[in-house]
Design a protein around this ligand. Structure first.
Ligand SMILES: *Cc1c(COP(=O)(O)O)cnc(C)c1O
Length: 486
């Protein structure tokens, strides 16, 4: 199993290389050079497997045993998924009128990113421990990614995590999940600015080759192939549990399951498209809020960004650049790297591109879409509560809106717990008792360093972070905690 870039200029990398890279050197994203096939027999054979066992099966299609032997892979996945609040890890809520909700939010930070982040961080740590090296993961977060990276990596011996979040612009629960982590391989910075403000110094740090090479600096957003790969598993799990495949006789065509996904950076929906291409009979629906790039692209081929991100009640999908769509374009074009390169370079330079007609046709065949306003999010949360006494998070409501407007019986992906988004719950006129884990956060000690808005703040933040990364490394070499030494 080897990997190539969606922009056609890099081939022949193995899983380890890809795991430690963000973007490919040609600016593209990594994909397997050829996708394994899921035959009906394989799917029948996987019926009844638990979610963690399915993760192992899926990962072993993409990670050769020479890199991670099967027994190690099983141990890593099992450790990664051990901290979830329900034993099945992923749960399906079956509500009235055939409404089924795939709950992916039972990890420590109560968002679906925990599923793939915990496994990916364990893979990193595995290679680092084996090679007696360390990696430094640098994450700028607008909400869920930072907490998930921190909670996945805390206490591990092979990775340090440095997270920068925009102070005052994330929810109190998101903030607490980061700053209550006192482990000495976790370093949290609160920047006085927006996530775009944080992005700039981070980009300059990633462009500093000496820093990147010298300190094993890496990113962990959903550009990383490993995160997308793990996300294939929950689609397969949903399919095996919900499509009725267990009733299909051998020789009959497999039933199709429709899966509706709230979509932001499009990592989750890209995973759906990949696993569908591998043979899983899915019909996919990507739902967005008023940040509707994916919706316009599928409806009319208009792949363009608005000038500004609009703030909504579903902040984790307030994204104008659904960067994982590049993987989908590459798949649908039959792996045409030159085409994807010219499309994406135009999109990056001018923030707009019109899809070629044949690609647009292929895209609208595999994906349907819908767009949901804040009012519709609140209506959906209220209606689902009235019908079922079941509370949706605002992102999940973006998906479930589809149920009330195009009713049949697909699977709706729940990406976060409502406990994380109390403002939206209140705005809907509903109440929700926060779970024990959330109430405990208020009592815990906190630690973080501030990045203030000085005159030269962007350069100052860059310098502060560079210095932190260097001191973390040297503290490691001397085997003392960075926090005590600073
Ligand atoms: C990250 C996130 C999403 C969006 O997932 P993508 O893979 O970026 O499309 C949706 N909901 C929640 C709660 C998230 O944290």
């Amino acid at each position: 199993m080897l990997y190539c870039s969606t922009r056609g200029e890099v081939r022949g990398w193995d899983f380890r290389d890809v795991l430690f890279s963000g973007y490919a050197p040609d600016g593209g994203m990594f994909m397997p050079e050829s996708l394994p096939v899921l035959t009906p027999d394989t799917l029948r054979c996987w019926r009844g497997l638990s979610y963690p066992k399915l993760v192992v099966e899926v990962a072993s299609l993409f990670i050769p045993t020479q890199l991670i032997p099967r027994a190690d892979l099983e141990a890593l996945v099992s450790a990664a998924l051990s901290g979830f609040s329900v034993p099945e890890v992923v749960r399906i809520a079956r509500l009235k009128e055939g409404l089924s909700v795939l709950e992916l939010f039972h990890g420590v930070t109560m968002a679906f990113k925990d599923l793939a982040m915990t496994c990916t961080v364990r893979f990193l740590d595995y290679f680092m421990q084996k090679e007696n090296r360390r990696a430094t993961v640098l994450v700028g977060t607008s909400g869920d990614t930072g907490g998930s990276a921190i909670q996945s990596a805390k206490g591990l011996g092979g990775v340090d995590v440095v997270v920068v979040y925009p102070r005052g612009r994330i929810t109190p629960v998101q903030e607490k999940q980061m700053i209550t982590c006192l482990e000495d391989n976790v370093h949290v910075f609160a920047g006085d600015g927006s996530s775009d403000d944080i992005d700039k110094p981070l980009r300059r740090l990633f462009a500093d080759q000496e820093l990147v090479k010298g300190h094993g600096l890496m990113s962990l957003n959903s550009v990383n192939w490993s995160r997308v790969m793990i996300q294939l598993a929950h689609f397969i799990y949903a399919y095996l549990e919900m499509s009725g495949v267990d009733q299909a006789e051998a020789g009959e065509p497999l039933p199709v399951l429709e899966v509706v996904v709230p979509t932001g950076g499009a990592g989750n929906i890209a995973a759906g498209c990949i696993v569908k291409q591998m043979g899983l009979p899915l019909q996919l629906v990507a739902m967005v809020n008023v940040n509707d790039t994916v919706h316009r692209t599928v409806q009319s081929g208009d792949f363009s960004m608005a000038a500004n991100v609009r703030q909504t009640l579903a902040p984790a999908i307030d994204i104008q650049d659904p960067y994982n769509m590049e993987r989908v374009f590459w798949l649908l074009s039959g792996g045409d790297g030159a085409l994807v390169k010219s499309m994406m370079e135009e999109f990056q330079n001018s923030h707009r591109h019109t899809l070629p007609a044949n690609l647009h046709k292929l895209l609208s065949d595999v994906l349907s879409t819908g767009m949901v306003t804040d009012e519709e999010i609140l209506d959906t949360m209220r209606r689902c509560w009235e019908d079922n006494q079941y509370l949706l998070c605002p992102h999940t409501a973006v998906a479930v809106w589809h149920h009330y407007h195009c009713p049949h019986s697909p699977c709706y992906v729940a990406t976060a717990s409502p406990a994380k988004f109390q403002t939206a719950v209140q705005r809907a006129g509903l109440t929700f008792d926060p779970p024990e884990a959330v109430r405990l956060l208020d009592k815990m000690a906190t630690r973080c360093l501030n990045l203030d808005r000085s005159l030269n703040w962007s350069k100052d933040w860059e310098d502060r972070l560079r210095e932190a990364i260097q001191s973390i490394s040297s503290a490691r070499r001397n085997r003392v905690p960075y926090y005590n030494s600073s």
